[in-house]
Ligand binder design. Structure first.
Ligand code: A2P
Length: 336
């Protein structure tokens, strides 16, 4: 069998990556509907040796015949079309923060909790934030081995997490500054070229960023660990692709660095890339365009009982977004 897939947000950074992934994995497509704003209507994108025309997404758009909708546009679009499509029998795989914490919406990273896909009462499955996904991929084998008690994570997030316009802004600011011109600031509150911003999303009353809150809540939900203690600091860095994370873990029981390395190496979708003597550690440039989550700098932390440090790098547009969504579609198809 083959399926008709709709991509809402097809012209964005994640949408374009989704087209590449559908092609690379030879996803069984019988049709493809590409939706974006009026700005992009009529643009032609290719996938699996065919050309597909971008349609303007409007409340009058018809989704007749669509089996699966992948949404990565804006929260408003997820809210409006996610609900509508999910209740009309389309399988919705949503990349926004709108549905992730709703108890009747599974939040899924297939290697970690594919079982949660068994119950989709609203026809919607959410994919996690692009920093949560690599984090749970790294924590899951440690949780299974000895239990995880507390996590302190600091992220170094690329501008593609904000979207295509922010990637252009980093390039343009860099060129302008090197030419002694002023940098135009639009995507972020401050210049991102030659800088970094300890601020992702909006601040709450306690001073946490929404991104920091998301990581904690989503990680607990995916790992099925409601009382896991986790604190995050999220930082935007002038990198185009890949999010990196410095992760400090307090485990329930002792685990040597070598045992942690072995547990991580056994996790599907994770590559241990860790040989400091040879200067081998994951970097955004290595992980760009890759499907796997890279883990390095694995070492014991003696400042707490059963402490462990990790450095995690993953392509936020692939495993952090488009790939995870397509893998979920593949799991749902396999389960039919
Ligand atoms: P467009 O390219 O026409 O603006 P990114 O995260 O890279 O910024 O991409 C966001 C995606 O969501 C793009 O495909 C964008 O289309 C789409 N999008 C944004 N706003 C709307 C809207 N109001 N209606 C339909 N698509 C939208």
């Amino acid at each position: 069998p083959a399926y008709t897939v709709a991509i809402l947000g097809a012209t964005g950074a994640v949408g374009k990556e989704t087209l590449e992934i559908l092609e690379e994995r030879n996803f069984p497509l019988s049709g493809l509907r590409l939706f974006a704003s009026k700005r992009s209507a009529g643009e032609v994108l290719s996938c699996q040796d065919k050309e597909w025309k971008v349609e303007e997404l409007t409340s009058a758009s018809s989704f007749a015949g669509v089996d699966i909708a992948l949404i990565s546009a804006t929260d408003d679009i997820s809210r409006e079309y996610g609900r509508r499509l999910g209740s009309s029998g389309v399988v919705v795989i949503d990349d926004s923060g709108v549905f992730r914490m709703e108890p009747d919406v599974p939040l899924v990273v297939p290697e970690v909790n594919a079982g949660a896909l068994a119950s989709m009462p609203r026809g919607i499955v959410a994919i996690p934030n692009c920093t949560t996904t690599p984090l749970v991929m790294a924590l899951k084998p440690l949780q299974d081995a000895v239990g995880v008690k507390r996590v302190v994570v600091t992220t170094f997030q690329s501008v593609s997490g904000t979207g295509a316009a922010a990637m252009d802004e980093l390039m343009t600011q860099t060129k302008d500054l090197l030419a002694f011109r002023d940098a135009k600031v639009e995507a972020y509150p401050y210049q991102i070229a030659f800088n970094l911003l300890p601020h992702i999303g909006s601040f709450n009353e306690g001073g946490d960023c929404s991104e920091e809150v998301k990581i904690a809540r989503e990680t607990r939900k995916i790992l099925g660990a409601p009382s896991l203690r986790l604190t995050a600091t999220t930082v935007r860095v002038p990198v185009l692709r890949c999010h990196s994370e410095a992760v400090n873990v307090e485990l329930e029981r002792p685990l040597k660095a070598n045992e942690a390395r072995a547990a991580l190496a056994g996790m599907p979708g994770v590559i241990v890339y860790d040989d400091p003597a040879k200067k081998l550690y994951p970097m955004p440039l290595d992980a760009t365009g890759k499907d796997e989550v890279y883990v390095g700098r694995i070492r014991e932390d003696e400042s707490v009982p059963n402490g462990l440090n990790l450095w995690v790098v993953s392509d936020n547009l692939r495993k952090g977004a488009a790939l995870n969504a397509v893998q979920i579609a593949e799991c749902l198809i396999a389960a039919q």
